[in-house]
Design a protein around this ligand. Sequence first.
Ligand SMILES: [Zn+2]
Length: 216
Amino acid sequence: MKSILLLASVLQLTLSFDDGLAEHATVVMPLLDSLEMKGTFYLIPRNIDRRKEIRGAAACTWEQAALLYRHGHTIGNHTFSHRDLTKMSLAEAAQEIRKGDSAVFARLGVHPTALALPYNHKSDSLLALCDSLGLSPRLKQFSFGGKNVPSVQAFRTWLDKQVSRGGDITTMTHGITIGYDAFRTDTLTQQSPLDIFRDCLILIKQYEKEGKLVLK
Ligand SMILES: [Zn+2]
């Protein structure tokens, strides 16, 4: 009986964007805003402070992060410096999380309740720590970008499957046109990375309007 109820639940979809990249403010935000959609943006304060670049993908500025927040998007904590929390003591892990929180609060005036663990690495003790800090880390994510989403059609196939299953899922995206798992040109349709990303968002919006999913 329980499984039948689960199958019947409407898909709850959260769009999340990791590592606080400049493209999140320059590319993602305008698209989300124009479609009246919201996203969760997980910041790494140390990278923003240093304007760090990862494979060509620059970190955003604090001004850009503030803009994301002001536009009504959710700001998440991705820890202060993105070290693997499973490879340090719990006290150090707590410090990484708290430092991330303080840095975001100092700049944006918000204490993020959303947390994404670096590399999505977790352990039972780490999850207990998050719980004690009143944080619920992202536990299940779909890598929305790169070779995982070679075309809009491939994304539609994935999304249809999620809709039929119901439940909760969070997409995880890094760079859109630049970075290690950025979208790639569709070899069949010649759609650009940006076009693929945009059309996937339009599809999500369409499904939301049709009541096939709820965007969280
Ligand atoms: Zn990350």
